[in-house]
Structures are given as C-alpha cells and as structure tokens.
Design a protein around this ligand. Sequence first.
Ligand code: NAG
Ligand code: NAG
Ligand code: NAG
Ligand code: NAG
Ligand code: NAG
Length: 394
Amino acid sequence: MCSSRTKPEQMKAKTFEVDDFFPPSPRKKDWTIGLMKVVSLLVIFMAGAVLGLSVSARFTRYFTSQTDLFFPRTIYTANCEESSLSIKSFVSPDHLMHRMNDDELFWRASMVPKMEEFPFERTPKVAFLFMTRGPLPFARLWDRFFEGHEGLYSVYVHTIPDYKLNVVNSSAFYGRQIPSEEVSWGSISLVDAEKRLLANALLDFNNERFVLLSESCIPIFDFPTVYEYLTNSAHSFVDSYDEDSWRGRGRYNRRMAPAIKLSQWRKGSEWFELNRQLAVSIIADSKYYSLFRKHCRPSCYPDEHYIPTFLNMFHGALNANRSVTWVDWSRGGPHPARFGRANITAEFIWTIRNNGTICSYNSKPTSICYLFARKFAPSALEPLLNISSSVMNF
Ligand SMILES: *[C@@H]1O[C@H](CO)[C@@H](O)[C@H](O)[C@H]1NC(C)=O
Ligand SMILES: *[C@@H]1O[C@H](CO)[C@@H](O)[C@H](O)[C@H]1NC(C)=O
Ligand SMILES: *[C@@H]1O[C@H](CO)[C@@H](O)[C@H](O)[C@H]1NC(C)=O
Ligand SMILES: *[C@@H]1O[C@H](CO)[C@@H](O)[C@H](O)[C@H]1NC(C)=O
Ligand SMILES: *[C@@H]1O[C@H](CO)[C@@H](O)[C@H](O)[C@H]1NC(C)=O
C-alpha cells in the first residue's frame, strides 16, 4: 500500500520537471491517468472483496482455497522454515545426494566467499575422500580411527554408479555416498571422479583439507596426529616431480604447447592431500583440464599428471611435493606391493610410521613423513584391528 501511494507522486514530480523544458507528451499523460485508473479499480475491487468476505463464512473458505492455489502460502512458508535458505544448510549441507550434473556441481563448488570473516564459529574439518569400485574392507578400522572426533572430519565415498555401500548406521561411512559415475582406470574419468569428490566436499564450507584415499588405504597414525599435521601445514601434500623417462616426460604431448610446456610437465601419485584454496583452484580450472582430456590419452594416465602439472604451474610454492600416503614400489613392476594377513606385524607398521627418514614439515625436520598407507588386501583387516590400539593408538 505504501509503495503504491508514493509511486504515482514520484512519477508526477518527474513529469513536472521534464515538462519545464519539453512540452508534455500526450502519451505520457494518458499513461499516468491509466495508472490512476488501475489503482482506483484495484481499491474498488479490494473493497468489494472485503465486503464479500464478511457476507458468508462458506465463501471465505472458498476464497482462501482459491488464493492458496495461486499463492501457495503453506509451501512457501515451509521452504523458509525447512532451512533451504538457512545459513546452516548453505554452509554445511547434510544431504549428499543432489541432482546437479558435473558442470553445475563444479561451478557451485568453485564459489569462494568474498568476506574473510565467517558469520559463524568455523571449525576446520578434514574431508576424507574415498574412491572405490565397491566395498570398503577397512571401514571398521577407519571407524575406530574416526571414533570420538565427530565434527572434525567428513567422509565422502565415490563408488561405481548404483552401488549401495553396506555399513551399519553408526559408521562414519553411513549415508556418505556421493552421486557417482563410471570410472575406467587410467582414463580422464578417474580425474573426473576425483574432481567430483573434491567438489562435493567443497560444498561444506567447514572442510579445509581434502585427502584422497582408496579402499586399500589405511590410517597409520591416530586421528589427532593426522588432524594436527594437516590443518597446521603451510603446504599441501601432492607428489609432483619431473621424471626424464618414457613414464614421465615421455607421456607429454607436444599438442599441449604452448599452454603447457614440457619443462612444466610433472608426474606424481594421484593420492593427493589438498587445502581448500588448491581444491577450489582445481575445480575451477577448465582450460588445462580440457587439454589433458584432449591430449593425455591412453598410456598417458591423466590421473598421474594433471594435478601434479597444474600445481607446479600455478601453486608450486604451496605444495610440499610429496605424498603423505606410503606405498612400496621397491619390488618393481607396474603395481606396488600388496600386503595381506601374513604381512601384518607391529614391526612392519612401526617401520611405515618411521623408518629413520627425515621429512620437511613447515620448513622444519620431522620423522613423520606418512599418515596413510597402501595397498592392503582385505585379509589384513583382522591383524590390523588386533594391533591398532597398541601400535597406532586408536
Ligand atoms: C540404527 O540401526 C539400529 C538397528 O540396527 C536401530 O535400532 C536404530 O534405530 C538405528 N538408528 C538410527 C539413527 O537410524
Ligand atoms: C615444490 O616444488 C615447487 C616447484 O613446483 C617449488 O617452488 C616449491 O618450493 C617446492 N616445495 C617445497 C616445500 O620445497
Ligand atoms: C607377504 O607375506 C607372504 C608370506 O610370508 C610373502 O610371500 C610375501 O612376499 C609378503 N608380501 C609382501 C608385499 O611383503
Ligand atoms: C624408508 O622409506 C623410504 C620411503 O619409502 C625409502 O625411500 C627409504 O629407503 C627407507 N629407508 C630405510 C632405511 O629403509
Ligand atoms: C587377533 O587377536 C585375537 C585375540 O587376541 C586372536 O585370537 C587372533 O588370532 C588374532 N588374529 C591375528 C590375525 O593376529
């Protein structure tokens, strides 16, 4: 009502000012008069409606239901209250399933708040991104690892499409599957799955560090050690090195030049650990991703080159250039060593935790180089559960 009264007045004032210099145009005048007519008609109609309302209660009910039809008051209110617009559901959505396609998801996940301060108490979380075809044989070990640290981590699981993870409802993995697509190993679809995991995790603004893991990975330190190590690190942990061999530089395709030069080309294990800034940067990139999609074809392995090369080109100073996931390549061959039931001893785990090698952490030496290890066969679960509390402290 207020605005509809002031509007014609403002309009008149404007017309008057203009009229001082130009003769009034009849069209404008007609329009003003027309507006006045409409307003009058509206007032009359409203008056009529109010009169009608007082006539019969039955009519009132009818009228209300008609208004609801055009202005669904109840649904509208429900939307507001159902927290679709609340800050809580925006910064940390509790449902992982959505109907966004990758383009829509990556676009949304790439958004960064302009304000530095958060209007809520923000506790940085570590996002554990699990990429698996199906089951997670070490879910019970991970659940022990997570237990008691709720609020400091989030879990995301990418499986083959339509796979239903079978875990108890108290598990950290319960209800944590994200919309997934088919992945063929060694192809760009693997990078797509990694980006999908990152992007889904980025939707939660509390997630600050992002670790990529597989179903054969295990934690080798307790949660507080892992959490402190990652959240206090000035660097992300992504393997990135220059290898002058057919397995390294040999996979570079000259058609990527001049955007990507051979000297910028890097190789590294796909099992990354990224901070939020780098994760957003990777999700937001389409230029370099497209070049990999086009020119890093079979026997190139985009998952071993895209992120290491991209970080080297733009964020080298923020990368420790080493992975925090231990793996044993010492036996040679195309696949790393796999450890089963017979191989698990306390000494073995102690050696992975610290074999005397010193690593650099925030520019200082540390004996902790690795937080996770691969590859373990499902048969390793039982012996690992047996020694987890004495060796790994969880
Ligand atoms: C979890 O499952 C148990 C039975 O397996 C059931 O009793 C309990 O209500 C469930 N809890 C939730 C939160 O769904
Ligand atoms: C990692 O490598 C980059 C070059 O890509 C280098 O600038 C950076 O200093 C290295 N990081 C550390 C921690 O040494
Ligand atoms: C695991 O133990 C078996 C039996 O002792 C042995 O043959 C195998 O080489 C071990 N594997 C690794 C990766 O150490
Ligand atoms: C310790 O582990 C690292 C990484 O796996 C390896 O390069 C190094 O040779 C090992 N050192 C010893 C003394 O076994
Ligand atoms: C694990 O511990 C149980 C009970 O102490 C024992 O019976 C079992 O043999 C152990 N399993 C392994 C693989 O060490």
